[in-house]
Design a binder for this molecule. Structure first.
Ligand code: DAH
Length: 357
């Protein structure tokens, strides 16, 4: 073997080793490259050393010198690659280690809360019956929560113990008090008899009728608030679906068939509904609505024919139009359908519970 051929082989070997060390994506690849070039038994450098014996006698000193240089260069390239690997930069000089064949990291996808799913479904069902969705504020005044709904001043439903009246910065001795109330000398706060967290979605009936003339065909879904202790069937905040239909010649039969269609669509199949005589100030006659499901009667809420006083309060003529209204508990229908026995589960935010829906 000529000296030139020997040197050319060694130069190619250095270039090859340097690029393989640099391209090794992880520690295992780097080790494989080390064995390939520097392996004591069958590494390529070892093979190249054998060529030394084939070089002519006179060329041996130059060939030996070249071999030592190449050996050092390859070892240095390996050491540099190893440094990069252990310093966390990634071995490959071309970028961070990335192995497209590794399984990815799965992201956990959430989904809608069961009550939100129920609300969407109820909107859908009532939408098919021609009811559009109306909204109202959660902070209400007494007119919309009580007065226009025919709930007079002395009615027990207006008791401060039954409602979340809002305390606001009040007037003391005729002087207006300013400030946040969080300072060392808190300003006096008086319960404001005007505002409260709505206790029922029936408030939206009034807001809609004030804003438009008959016919009316709306539902409203949202949160309501009552100072109840939380237990398996109560919570200080819950959701209602309110329905209101006002037109000429509306009768109790329309109410009953609407609620039957509603129950049949939500629970599926033939659902019996039962009306029990009851009293609500804003309906006459009033009923409580039970629905039969899985051989049990489930109380869903209240309903009735809109009281003429309510129609008058919003400027409608009870001689011209009549209507029905209903208010059902969203937690209640959702819980019964999914066999949830404690409505507090809906608010614990425990993923193990929520992910079942
Ligand atoms: N607002 C009543 C409640 O919170 C439910 C209700 C009863 C709503 C009769 C109505 C109705 O619209 O007609 O218990």
């Amino acid at each position: 073997m000529s000296l030139d051929a020997f040197i050319a082989d060694l130069d190619a070997l250095v270039a090859d080793a340097t690029s393989k060390f640099a391209a090794a994506a992880d520690a295992a690849a780097l080790e494989a490259a080390r064995v390939e070039f520097l392996g004591a038994k069958s590494g390529k450098l070892k093979d190249a050393q054998k060529g030394l014996g084939a070089v002519g006698k006179d060329d041996k000193p130059a060939a030996g010198k070249k071999f030592n240089e190449v050996k050092q260069a390859i070892e240095a390239a390996f050491a540099a690659a190893q440094d990069r690997s252990t310093s966390g930069e990634g071995v490959a000089a071309t970028g961070p280690a990335f192995d497209p064949s590794q399984p990815g990291t799965r992201h956990r996808l959430g989904h809608l809360h069961p009550l939100t799913q129920t609300i969407e479904e109820l909107k859908d069902i009532m939408g098919r019956l021609g009811f559009t969705v109306a909204h109202g504020p959660e902070i209400e005044d007494e007119r919309h929560n009580f007065e226009a709904l025919n709930i007079p001043k002395a009615h027990p439903a207006r008791d401060p113990l039954e409602n979340f009246y809002l305390a606001v910065a009040g007037k003391v001795h005729g002087a207006s008090v300013q400030g946040s109330g969080l300072n060392a000398n808190p300003e006096p706060r008086t319960p404001n008899p005007e505002l409260l967290l709505r206790s029922q979605t029936s408030t939206v009936q009034i807001r809609v009728m004030e804003a438009q003339q008959p016919p009316v065909r709306i539902i409203s879904l949202g949160r309501v608030y009552r100072p109840d202790d939380a237990d398996a069937t109560h919570y200080p905040m819950f959701h209602q679906i309110e329905g209101l239909l006002i037109d000429k010649h509306v009768t109790m039969a329309d109410l009953k068939s609407t609620l039957r269609l509603f129950a049949g669509s939500y629970f599926g199949g033939e659902v019996h509904i039962r009306f029990r005589p009851s009293f609500f100030p804003f309906t006459e006659p009033s009923v409580e609505v039970d629905m039969q499901w899985n051989d049990r009667w489930i109380e869903m809420g209240g309903a009735g024919m809109v009281d003429p006083n309510v129609l008058r309060a919003v400027g409608y003529d009870p001689e011209q139009v009549s209507g029905f209204a209903f208010g059902l508990g969203v937690e209640r229908v959702c819980a019964r359908r999914h066999q949830v026995t404690d409505i507090r589960e809906f608010y614990r935010n425990d993923v193990r519970f929520l992910e079942q829906f």
